[in-house]
Design a protein around this ligand. Structure first.
Ligand SMILES: [Zn+2]
Length: 292
């Protein structure tokens, strides 16, 4: 029997019942009127949640943001000018189905790659910005992601303006193998040069920032910040537990844990982000003052 024979298109007419939303349906209403917080389980108006920059009105849980939402919430309106937006990955290692997967993600996310880069301003302070987007290949770093970030750093260097990145990544992109890992060195060298020229680099780690991204440019900021509750990790928890044969603490690999152990400079709520970053940008101008 062929698989299609298991189904029939001609169902007998079903009785109509009122729809009662299931628990899963209530959880998963991204474009609905109401949204349920996965942390405190409270339900709120999606409109109000969006207005509060996708931070839960009750418990402060930070919902994931895509690159467009990030630009809208962080950069002065109308100031963003995207660069290298048409750069696209090839399939250098002939990895099976890779090009099809890229194409599928392009259609799904409306992006050409897992990072958006450009020039913009924050309260009038000009910056170069890179925003990783987890909706494209889980924000993984292939050669185009590495190249776009490197070019953005070089653009900031050329314009003598600060460079800011929002990271969100599942790590290196396995379909590009060693070429993907090389991006760690490439971006790090570009940042080193930028630093030697006196450039200011601010890294803002968002949920999740893992693997080769956490182990390279994400951790190399003059300021390393994170959003509350963000998972920031190199290897997965289970892999580490197996290799050191010890149970890890509950909050291991969270932004809060990293802050406690000196790997972050601060955790900043998205609601305060523009104000705090503006202050940092301004104290790095001649005559600037710290207002924290
Ligand atoms: Zn909540």
């Amino acid at each position: 029997m062929a698989l299609k024979d298991l189904f029939t298109k001609n169902h007998p007419k079903k009785k109509k019942y009122a729809t009662i939303p299931t628990e899963t349906a209530k959880n998963d209403v991204p474009e609905g009127i109401m949204t349920k917080c996965p942390s405190c389980k409270k339900i709120m108006y999606t409109k109000e949640l969006t207005k509060n920059l996708k931070v839960c009105l009750h418990c402060g849980f930070h919902f994931q943001m895509n690159s467009r939402e990030r630009i809208d919430s962080f950069i002065d309106e109308g100031s963003f000018e995207e660069i290298n937006e048409n750069m696209m990955s090839k399939n250098p290692l002939n990895f099976p189905d890779y090009l099809e997967k890229l194409e599928k993600d392009r259609l799904k996310s409306n992006l050409n790659e897992a990072v958006v880069t450009g020039i913009g301003s924050v309260n009038g302070n000009k910056i170069v910005l890179a925003i990783m987007d987890a909706s494209f290949r889980m924000g993984s770093m292939g050669s185009v992601v590495g190249e776009k970030i490197t070019l953005a750093i070089e653009k900031a260097d050329e314009l003598s303006v600060p460079f800011i990145i929002f990271t969100a990544s599942g790590g290196a992109r396995m379909q590009e193998g060693a070429l993907s890992l090389m991006q760690m060195a490439k971006t790090s060298v570009a940042l080193k040069r930028f630093s030697e020229h006196g450039g200011l680099y601010i890294s803002i780690m968002t949920h999740p920032t893992t693997g080769g991204v956490s182990a390279s440019f994400a951790s190399l900021g003059d300021f390393n910040f994170a959003e509350p509750g963000a998972l920031i990790a190199f290897a997965g928890r289970r892999v580490i537990e197996q290799s050191i044969r010890e149970e890890l603490p509950e909050d291991f690999q969270t932004a809060e844990f990293l802050l406690k152990h000196g790997q972050l400079d601060a955790i900043i709520s998205r609601v305060d982000l523009v104000e705090k970053i503006t202050n940092i940008l301004e104290i790095h101008q001649p005559g600037g003052e710290l207002a924290w």
